[in-house]
Design a binder for this molecule. Sequence first.
Ligand SMILES: [Zn+2]
Length: 118
Amino acid sequence: MLRVTLRLVCPACLQGSLFRKGYELHESCLECGQNLIGTDGAQYGGPMVLGYTLGGAAGIVTALPLFLFLGPTEWAVWAGLAVTIATVFLTFRQCKAAWTWLLYHTGQLPGSKVRDAS
Ligand SMILES: [Zn+2]
Protein backbone atom coordinates (compact mmCIF):
# COMPACT_ATOMS: atom_id res chain seq x y z
CA MET A 1 0.00 0.00 0.00
CA LEU A 2 2.84 2.36 0.89
CA ARG A 3 4.48 1.79 -2.49
CA VAL A 4 1.26 2.52 -4.40
CA THR A 5 0.48 5.56 -2.24
CA LEU A 6 3.92 7.15 -2.36
CA ARG A 7 4.77 6.37 -5.99
CA LEU A 8 1.17 6.84 -7.25
CA VAL A 9 1.32 3.67 -9.35
CA CYS A 10 -1.09 0.92 -10.34
CA PRO A 11 -1.76 -1.54 -7.46
CA ALA A 12 -1.70 -4.52 -9.86
CA CYS A 13 1.65 -4.09 -11.65
CA LEU A 14 3.28 -1.33 -9.53
CA GLN A 15 4.49 0.23 -12.80
CA GLY A 16 1.78 2.25 -14.54
CA SER A 17 1.01 5.78 -13.40
CA LEU A 18 -2.35 6.17 -11.64
CA PHE A 19 -3.02 9.76 -12.70
CA ARG A 20 -3.71 11.25 -16.12
CA LYS A 21 -3.32 14.81 -14.80
CA GLY A 22 -4.04 16.61 -11.54
CA TYR A 23 -6.47 14.51 -9.53
CA GLU A 24 -7.81 12.63 -12.58
CA LEU A 25 -7.17 8.88 -12.61
CA HIS A 26 -6.54 6.87 -15.74
CA GLU A 27 -9.55 4.63 -16.41
CA SER A 28 -7.19 1.70 -16.77
CA CYS A 29 -3.48 1.14 -16.24
CA LEU A 30 -1.37 2.03 -19.28
CA GLU A 31 1.04 -0.82 -18.46
CA CYS A 32 -1.19 -3.78 -17.56
CA GLY A 33 -4.73 -2.68 -18.41
CA GLN A 34 -6.08 -3.05 -14.86
CA ASN A 35 -9.31 -1.07 -14.36
CA LEU A 36 -8.45 1.71 -11.91
CA ILE A 37 -11.78 3.47 -11.38
CA GLY A 38 -14.16 0.61 -10.63
CA THR A 39 -17.90 0.90 -11.13
CA ASP A 40 -20.83 2.71 -9.51
CA GLY A 41 -18.76 5.67 -8.31
CA ALA A 42 -16.38 3.50 -6.29
CA GLN A 43 -13.79 6.29 -6.37
CA TYR A 44 -15.98 9.20 -5.17
CA GLY A 45 -16.52 8.95 -1.42
CA GLY A 46 -13.57 7.00 -0.07
CA PRO A 47 -10.69 9.32 -1.00
CA MET A 48 -12.63 12.30 0.37
CA VAL A 49 -13.21 10.57 3.70
CA LEU A 50 -9.52 9.68 3.89
CA GLY A 51 -8.47 13.21 2.92
CA TYR A 52 -10.79 14.97 5.39
CA THR A 53 -9.74 12.60 8.17
CA LEU A 54 -6.07 13.25 7.47
CA GLY A 55 -6.64 17.00 7.07
CA GLY A 56 -8.72 17.21 10.26
CA ALA A 57 -6.06 15.34 12.21
CA ALA A 58 -3.32 17.63 10.88
CA GLY A 59 -5.42 20.68 11.79
CA ILE A 60 -5.98 19.43 15.34
CA VAL A 61 -2.30 18.56 15.74
CA THR A 62 -1.50 22.12 14.67
CA ALA A 63 -4.14 24.02 16.64
CA LEU A 64 -4.14 22.03 19.89
CA PRO A 65 -0.52 22.80 20.96
CA LEU A 66 -1.08 26.47 20.10
CA PHE A 67 -4.11 26.55 22.41
CA LEU A 68 -2.33 24.62 25.16
CA PHE A 69 0.87 26.65 25.19
CA LEU A 70 -0.28 30.08 24.07
CA GLY A 71 -3.83 30.14 25.39
CA PRO A 72 -7.01 30.59 23.39
CA THR A 73 -6.12 32.70 20.40
CA GLU A 74 -8.17 33.23 17.30
CA TRP A 75 -5.22 32.76 14.98
CA ALA A 76 -4.67 29.22 16.31
CA VAL A 77 -8.06 28.30 14.83
CA TRP A 78 -7.10 29.90 11.52
CA ALA A 79 -3.72 28.14 11.56
CA GLY A 80 -5.45 24.79 12.20
CA LEU A 81 -7.96 25.49 9.44
CA ALA A 82 -5.21 26.50 6.99
CA VAL A 83 -3.24 23.33 7.75
CA THR A 84 -6.43 21.25 7.34
CA ILE A 85 -7.20 22.75 3.92
CA ALA A 86 -3.59 22.51 2.72
CA THR A 87 -3.33 18.89 3.88
CA VAL A 88 -6.55 17.89 2.12
CA PHE A 89 -5.36 19.36 -1.19
CA LEU A 90 -1.73 18.24 -0.91
CA THR A 91 -2.53 14.64 0.04
CA PHE A 92 -5.61 14.05 -2.13
CA ARG A 93 -3.66 12.16 -4.81
CA GLN A 94 -2.12 9.93 -2.13
CA CYS A 95 -5.59 9.36 -0.64
CA LYS A 96 -6.94 8.39 -4.07
CA ALA A 97 -3.97 6.04 -4.55
CA ALA A 98 -4.54 4.44 -1.13
CA TRP A 99 -8.23 4.04 -1.91
CA THR A 100 -7.42 2.48 -5.30
CA TRP A 101 -5.07 0.04 -3.54
CA LEU A 102 -7.87 -0.83 -1.10
CA LEU A 103 -10.41 -1.32 -3.92
CA TYR A 104 -7.95 -3.51 -5.79
CA HIS A 105 -7.03 -5.68 -2.82
CA THR A 106 -10.65 -6.18 -1.75
CA GLY A 107 -11.67 -7.24 -5.26
CA GLN A 108 -13.75 -4.10 -5.92
CA LEU A 109 -12.03 -3.23 -9.21
CA PRO A 110 -13.12 -5.22 -12.28
CA GLY A 111 -10.35 -7.61 -13.26
CA SER A 112 -8.51 -7.49 -9.94
CA LYS A 113 -6.70 -10.70 -9.09
CA VAL A 114 -8.39 -10.90 -5.72
CA ARG A 115 -11.89 -11.14 -7.26
CA ASP A 116 -10.76 -13.43 -10.09
CA ALA A 117 -9.32 -15.87 -7.57
CA SER A 118 -12.57 -16.17 -5.60
ZN1 LIG B 1 -0.87 -1.80 -13.94
